[in-house]
Design a protein around this ligand. Structure first.
Ligand code: MG
Length: 133
């Protein structure tokens, strides 16, 4: 599977990549603009992403806007239902409730910071990327 990680913080980006490498091929972007460009390009080149991890607080274009832009792009491209990319918002624990309410319809999951390995695995199971056994 193909995974895109959008995270501006170097240490978090590195950690996420390290954790997600076991699940598939990971690419990274340092802000929303870069991530959206990468997402579009992958789609156009017929190698779309299966999963995008989106940090909420990023410069240039933040995670909330990136989420909207990706869903907008999919709509225009006629991508629906199960073909849409799975999006996980990565956020500081204190933001979770607000974020949940605001984006319940547009993303699949939330990953609180600090990021924990067990939580990542749980999330991957919930999303159906890893078999639960
Ligand atoms: Mg950030």
């Amino acid at each position: 599977m193909r995974i895109l990680i959008a995270e501006d913080d170097y240490a978090s980006r590195r950690l996420l990549k390290k954790m997600m490498n076991q699940f598939g091929r990971c690419h990274t972007a340092v802000n929303g603009v870069e991530a959206l460009e990468e997402f579009r390009e992958a789609f156009q080149e017929n190698v779309p992403y299966d999963l995008v991890l989106v940090d909420i607080m990023m410069p240039e274009m933040d995670g909330q806007q990136l989420l909207k832009e990706i869903r907008e792009y999919e709509k225009k491209a006629g991508i629906k239902g199960l073909d849409t990319v799975k999006i996980v918002m990565v956020t500081a624990l204190r933001d979770v409730d607000n974020i949940k309410q605001a984006f319940l319809e547009q993303c699949e999951a939330y990953l609180p910071k600090p990021i924990e390995r067990t939580r990542v695995l749980e999330m991957m199971k919930d999303l159906g990327f890893v078999e639960d056994n």
